[in-house]
Design a protein around this ligand. Structure first.
Ligand code: HAS
Length: 578
């Protein structure tokens, strides 16, 4: 049987009812995955800790950026850092690549293990992925801190970084491939043990589809770095084509946002409903939503609406596909709202809105994810503004985009990760959550901060405030009329977010170093489904079919872009800022 082979058809489809067995019981702390040992949990835990290091570095840089918007340049005072752009690179790489990737490397295998009720197939692969992630992060961090990679997180040519930066990025991406390979091998083992036709448990299915989407999507950035940027940085290649490498970057660069988002969607679909006492509406609809993200991955040109060298036909096609990929998020909004409403009503909530107040807002994990979801409604709406071709001409390269992505990745994703951590860290460490009241306050502080921050960025953006620019150092921008209030709001909001971030780390360290151990069995709150797999099409489980469709569509859509662009025009030497 191949890894992605379709599940064999069978008239009956018994749901697996695996026995859960304790794995750790010295203090009474046990987890709900049979046969899993501390050695199986180690890569999960250390991927998570690396992710938190990324978060910590990122929010520290965010504080400096907030001060910059308030007219104070702290980069001259800060140790190691030399420029605003160096700090901004660290901010972007630490958050967009390290924090998110390593969180996926932790959560996705854990939930796959929970779904399939067995440890990962290969401890060696899991550990290799872990080492690659740590070494990759170390290399990239060294390059950035040495000011040899001030190229921002998009590392567009012709800006050139030292080779260590690209090698670090490659290692980080390969660590995610290792995770995916291990998950697929685990699926294969599981299939061997199941009666023919057994449906893949929903949570494991969602994790697998998300990772497969990312592996396909990351081929663009892999080709860009391995064939062009790394050899160019090593001096083995004199010139590159900046526009062509940008096309490759954005092939990966849009689906990368779904790689950040989908672990959160797994939590919103498969865990949050049970945390609030509700049920997920439909197994089939959920599978369809995840498959849509896989199939509709070639939409990166919507980041390049203003770029030359890409024909209007490609821009129009990808604009249409972008509106297509809006639907799985609408399915998500419907499904999650339905589950929340059911949970709230079971708790005595009445009427159209009464159930909202009955949700368990006092639970730090639920509270953070609800607030993250509320922010995402605005983040999603602003995504549609960006995606509208003509309106994009107004907002592109302005701070409006920064407002958009702090509502999406900066809150829907980051705040959900914090919320998930409030059950995940106790689950992995056997320690009780420290200061749950502070954890609830933390999420509110972050959320209030981002509302002010994003309002400032978006207001400024429509008035033309550029993004990725040290405003206070540019004479024309420094006292630009009309920009005072939006940039001040950005500064204040950013500082409030920083306080929310510090509170998160207080709770985190308090938990990890706590002496208060958990004594009961730790359970991942997997949700029940109202319309289960018996009511959904078997073909949805056919991972091979969906991957093939995604590959064919990507070749067709990007074939048109590349055919029009050809031949590659390598004209640019590297520009080094060191
Ligand atoms: Fe985006 C640029 C379009 C989603 C991140 N985006 C960016 C950049 C980033 C980013 C980082 O078309 C900048 C990249 C750079 O450096 O240049 N984006 C979209 C669209 C969507 C979208 C159409 N973006 C995201 C997500 C991101 C993200 C998700 C990170 C995770 N974006 C664009 C475009 C650009 C862009 C253009 C280029 C702009 C330019 O010119 O440079 C959609 O997928 C959004 C769909 C989402 C929804 C929301 C559904 C709501 C839900 C919440 C349910 C509520 C709950 C809570 C659960 C329709 C699911 C209930 C609570 C209670 C209390 C009841």
């Amino acid at each position: 049987m191949t890894l992605l082979e379709d599940p064999p058809a069978s008239p009956s489809e018994p749901e697996p009812e695996p026995e859960s067995e304790p794995v750790k019981s010295a203090t009474g702390w046990r987890v709900d995955i049979p046969d899993v040992t501390a050695a199986d949990m180690r890569p999960v835990k250390w991927q998570l800790y690396l992710s938190f290091i990324g978060l910590g570095l990122g929010i520290l840089m965010g504080l400096l950026q907030a001060f910059e918007r308030n007219g104070q340049n702290l980069y001259d005072e800060a140790p190691v850092l030399q420029t605003y752009y160096q700090g901004l690179t660290l901010h972007g790489v630490a958050l967009a690549l390290v924090f998110t990737f390593c969180f996926a490397n932790a959560l996705m295998p854990l939930l796959t293990m929970r779904g399939l009720q067995r440890p990962m197939a290969s401890r060696a692969i899991a550990n290799t992925g872990l080492y690659l992630a740590w070494i990759g992060t170390g290399l990239a961090a060294w390059a950035i801190l040495a000011n040899k990679a001030t190229v921002l997180f998009t590392f567009y040519a012709p800006l050139q970084a030292t080779p260590a930066f690209y090698v670090g990025a490659v290692f980080l991406v390969v660590s995610t491939w290792m995770t995916t390979l291990n998950m697929l091998l685990t699926l294969r083992q599981w299939r061997r043990d199941q009666p023919r036709g057994t449906r893949i448990p929903l949570v494991a299915f969602a994790c697998l589809v998300s990772m497969l989407m990312w592996v396909l999507a990351s081929t663009g950035i892999a080709a860009e770095v391995l064939y062009w940027l790394l050899p160019w940085s090593l001096g083995w290649r004199d010139m590159v084509d900046p526009q062509f490498t940008r096309i490759l970057f954005w092939f990966t660069g849009h689906p990368i946002v779904y790689f950040w988002l989908l672990p959160i969607y797994v939590s919103w679909y498969c865990l949050l409903p049970s945390q609030v006492g509700g049920k997920l509406y439909s197994d089939g609809l959920t599978r369809l939503a995840f498959i849509s993200f896989l199939v509709l991955l070639p939409v990166g040109v919507h980041h390049q609406f203003t770029d030359p060298g890409i024909p209007l036909s490609s821009k129009t096609l990808q604009w249409l596909l972008t509106f297509g990929i809006f639907y799985p998020s609408m399915i998500t909004a419907f499904s999650v709202f339905a589950a929340l409403e059911q949970g709230g009503k079971k708790r005595g909530g009445k009427g159209w809105f009464g159930w909202i107040f009955k949700l368990p807002w006092h639970d730090p994990s639920v509270n953070a994810q609800l607030l993250a979801g509320l922010a995402f409604m605005l983040g999603g709406a602003s995504g549609l503004i960006n995606a509208s071709y003509t309106v994009n001409l107004v907002v592109h390269n302005t701070s409006f985009i920064v407002g958009h992505f702090h509502l999406t990745v900066g809150t829907a994703v980051a705040l959900s990760i914090m919320g998930i951590s409030y059950w995940l860290v106790p689950y992995l460490t056997g320690k009780r959550l420290f200061a749950p009241g502070l954890a609830v306050a933390q999420a509110w502080i972050w959320w209030i901060g981002v509302m002010i921050f994003a309002r400032g960025q978006m207001w400024g953006g429509v008035d033309g405030v550029p993004r990725r620019t040290q405003l206070r150092d540019a004479a024309y921008y420094a006292d630009h009329p009309g920009w005072h209030w939006p940039t001040l709001m950005t500064a204040i909001g950013g500082m409030i977010m920083f306080i929310g971030g510090v509170c998160f780390f207080v709770v985190l360290f308090g938990t990890i170093f706590s002496k208060r151990v958990v004594t009961e069995r730790q359970e991942i709150p997997i949700t029940d489904v109202e319309h289960g797999p018996k009511e959904s099409w078997r073909v949805l489980d056919s991972l091979g079919t969906w991957v093939t469709i995604a590959v064919v569509l990507s070749i067709l859509v990007y074939g048109e872009v590349i055919a029009h662009y050809w031949p590659i025009n390598s004209v640019s030497p590297g520009f080094r800022l060191w």
